[in-house]
Design a protein around this ligand. Structure first.
Ligand code: GLU
Length: 451
């Protein structure tokens, strides 16, 4: 019988080995660390998980592809970017996860995102493995023609590694409906196949209704479920939301629908605080139509809104905090400020936006904390529903998709909550999400042998 402290030593040794093998990948190591440090109770209870190199296999991607992406700008100048696809784990289904186009992208960032995706996708219960990809390309400030040429070059290499039963990419930061359209067009042209190889497609040519809304809506539903567990609700609450992309916009929309009020949004230049609540039509016009910045929102909104250059939304007092921009955007100082201002719930719309010391502070203060793997799984869940609709050559109504999404988010909440209780960590959604996701993947890997 393995004791819990022996298990901890083994996990600590494994972590050291993984650190040695993956130098200069801090985000990946942070994500691995966060999962492994919560697995001791489940491995102590079920030692078969530790034996056939299962954790080592889980932390090593099944396949990693890196490639050159040359493209020409509108003046004819040639640029060379780097493309990535990390196919991390396919025990539960085809690799599934987004593509991120942002200058900060490197192999370690894509590996962290792919690693998180394994557990997130397992929590949806929908038969999808984990993967992630992207490029250090910056679409912001580029013309549509330049973005199209970049996407066509990117897909000219990527197409040989993906397929509806192999690997199904989607959007993430910097990749929305426009980019998915260009990528899909090039895939179809090269392969002569119309297949469900990408999700987040346009409505009218295979895209699911509610897919653009799903990550933000899902995160608010998860926050509502955590509040309900404590006998409370969203009605009349004030929320701080970071970011101003697709996740932030539909987070703000769902908060309003459920009676709460989002008073902030942000981008890399600073944030906007609007005491009347964010005007969604104006924000959508600036971000989705004009592809502009949030300072324009404050200029046009009038007296209720103010732009704070270089500031962080976490300094604005609120009951609910929904980080929806990017990794490590909420640190321990921000957490202390939020706690001081009486925050009740923190739920991650982005992937790993909260630093580990900030998570510790929230948990010590007894604040309900929803980790991204669980809380932002609504996006990829509706992607899996898009695949199901494509395979059946049908499309569901918005109501039907939203009903499924609500059911999935409530189910993920219950699973995480019950798993945390079962392993002696009541109310700890981080432990609950990691163990529940791990059990599903680990059982499939054990059954499928050493591969
Ligand atoms: N990029 C999203 C995520 O982080 C969605 C992935 C997908 O729809 O495949 O989960």
């Amino acid at each position: 019988m393995t004791t819990r402290s022996e298990t901890k030593t083994t996990l600590a040794q494994l972590l050291t080995e993984i650190e040695d093998r993956n130098p200069a990948q801090p985000e990946f190591l942070q994500a691995v660390h966060e999962v492994l440090e919560t697995l001791a109770p489940v491995i102590a209870a079920r030692p078969e998980y530790a034996e056939p190199g299962l954790i080592e296999r889980l932390c090593e991607p099944e396949r990693q592809v890196m490639f050159r992406v040359p493209w020409q700008d509108d003046r004819g100048r040639v640029h060379v970017n780097r493309g990535f696809r990390v196919e991390f784990n396919s025990a539960l289904g085809p690799y599934k996860g987004g593509l991120r186009f942002h200058p900060s992208v490197n192999l370690g960032v894509i590996k962290f995102l792919g690693f998180e995706q394994i557990f997130k996708n397992a929590l949806t219960g929908l038969g999808i493995g984990g993967g992630k990809g992207g490029s250090d390309f910056q679409p912001h400030g580029r013309s549509d023609a330049e973005v199209m040429r970049f996407c066509q070059s990117f897909m000219t290499e990527l197409y040989r590694h993906i397929g509806e039963h192999t690997d199904v990419p989607a959007g993430d930061i910097g990749v929305g409906g426009r980019e998915i359209g260009y990528l899909f067009g090039q895939y179809r042209r090269i392969t002569n196949r119309w297949e469900s190889v990408l999700t987040g497609k346009g409505q009218g040519w295979g895209g699911s209704l509610i897919r653009p809304e799903a990550t933000g809506y899902g995160n608010v539903l998860f926050a509502a479920a955590m509040l309900r567990q404590r006998g409370e609700d969203l009605e009349g609450r004030t929320a701080v939301v970071s970011g101003s992309g697709n996740v932030a916009i539909y987070t703000i929309e769902k908060l309003a629908a459920l009676g709460a009020n989002a008073v902030t949004c942000s981008d890399s230049s600073g944030y906007v605080v609007d005491e009347k609540g964010i005007d969604l039509d104006l924000l959508k016009q600036i971000k989705e139509v004009e592809r502009g910045r949030v300072d324009t929102y404050a200029e046009r909104r009038g007296a209720s809104a103010r732009f704070v250059p270089g500031g962080r939304v976490w300094e604005v007092p609120a009951d609910i905090a929904l980080p929806s921009a990017t990794q490590n955007e909420l640190n321990s100082d921000d957490a202390a400020t939020l706690i001081g201002n009486g925050v009740k719930v923190v739920s991650e719309g982005a992937n790993m936006p909260t630093t580990p010391d900030a998570v510790d502070l929230f948990q010590q203060a007894g604040i309900a904390f929803g980790p991204g793997k669980a809380a932002n799984a609504g996006g990829v869940a509706v992607s899996a529903l898009e695949m199901a609709q494509n395979h059946a050559r049908t499309s569901w109504t918005a109501d039907r998709v939203e009903e499924e999404l609500t059911h999935i988010m409530n189910d993920i909440h219950t699973t995480c909550h019950e798993t945390a209780e079962r392993y002696g960590a009541p109310g700890d959604y981080v432990t609950g999400a990691n163990i529940a996701g791990f059990e599903r993947v680990a059982d499939a890997m054990l059954a499928q042998g050493v591969i």
